[in-house]
Write a protein that binds this ligand. Structure first.
Ligand SMILES: Nc1ncnc2c1ncn2[C@@H]1O[C@H](COP(=O)(O)OP(=O)(O)OP(=O)(O)O)[C@@H](O)[C@H]1O
Length: 261
């Protein structure tokens, strides 16, 4: 695929220390606008910490993060969200008794600015906004996975793992991000289920908006199929960068992975 190599996200000497542990060690990397980038590395190499620092969960010890030329180092999670960066988490963060709709709509922080007064006393306007959100969630589900759209008002607890993962991804997509950070979407699912969910994401990407993706994933088949470029971390540093074929044949990457066993 031919993308203009415009940088959407840059990390400059990004460092994150937790006491004596250096999770990110002067990390330098960039993500190109419109690409699907694989972020790889052995367990504990700093992948999730990178997402946590970018999305405002942690303030880095030093270094900077730049999104579309704007410094977002240490910005709050809410501010990062407003820049149109969203993410999923390795462990499920769904509210099981709530419906599919509730769990997805909650991801649209743009609508969290109405106070109690509005919700209690502006009933007509509240109802009309609510209907708009239902329509928005329904449209997303129809594009993402029409079978799930049919279950929009069912409680999440009644749904299988694959649908729960879809809901988490839709929660990150409902605000129409420009950059989606996916943290190990295959976790807890079979090969085939993961492939299905990835196809759903590609479907939204081709029909709604060609957003950029950074994909943390241990399943190499998925990385091979989905990504155009990969970056490999080890001990919080970038040790390799290139296409899937280039990084799997890179001796330093092979040592990093083998050294783990
Ligand atoms: N909140 C924290 N407090 C202390 N140490 C942490 C914290 N978060 C991460 N670490 C440490 O930072 C290092 C990097 O962890 P991180 O979770 O980023 O790795 P990872 O590459 O995502 O690993 P995995 O593939 O297992 O998810 C590890 O040594 C981890 O124990």
């Amino acid at each position: 695929m031919n993308h203009p190599a415009k940088k959407i996200l840059e990390a400059h000497n990004l460092t994150m220390r937790f006491g004596g542990v250096t999770a990110l060690d002067s990390l330098n990397l960039h993500v190109n606008e419109g690409e699907i980038l694989g972020l790889l590395g052995p367990n504990g190499s700093g992948k999730t910490t990178f997402f946590n620092v970018i999305t405002g969960l942690y303030r880095p010890s030093s270094g900077s993060a730049i999104f579309r030329g704007k410094d977002i180092t240490g910005a709050s999670a809410q501010d990062v969200y407003r820049e149109a960066i969203t993410r999923t988490f390795q462990r499920s963060r769904l509210s099981l008794p709530l419906t599919v709709f509730d769990n997805i709509a909650i991801g649209d922080n743009r609508r969290l600015d109405t106070g109690l007064f509005f919700n209690l006393f502006q009933r007509k306007q509240f109802k009309s906004e609510y209907d708009q959100v239902v329509e928005q969630v329904n449209q997303l589900l129809l594009t993402f996975n029409p079978n799930l759209a049919a279950k929009i008002f069912e409680p999440v607890a009644s749904l299988p793992m694959i649908d729960r993962r879809r809901i988490e991804i839709c929660r990150a997509l409902i605000s129409e991000p420009d950059l989606l950070l996916l943290d190990e979407p295959s976790a807890g699912m079979t090969h085939d289920e993961t492939a299905e969910v990835m196809n759903d994401i590609l479907q939204v990407r081709s029909k709604v908006k060609p957003f950029t993706i950074v994909l943390i994933e241990h399943e190499m088949g998925l990385i091979q199929r989905m990504t155009e470029r990969c970056i490999v971390l080890n001990y919080g540093k970038k040790i390799a960068e290139g296409t899937y074929d280039e990084i799997v044949n890179n001796p330093e990457v092979q040592v990093a992975y083998l050294g783990q066993e």
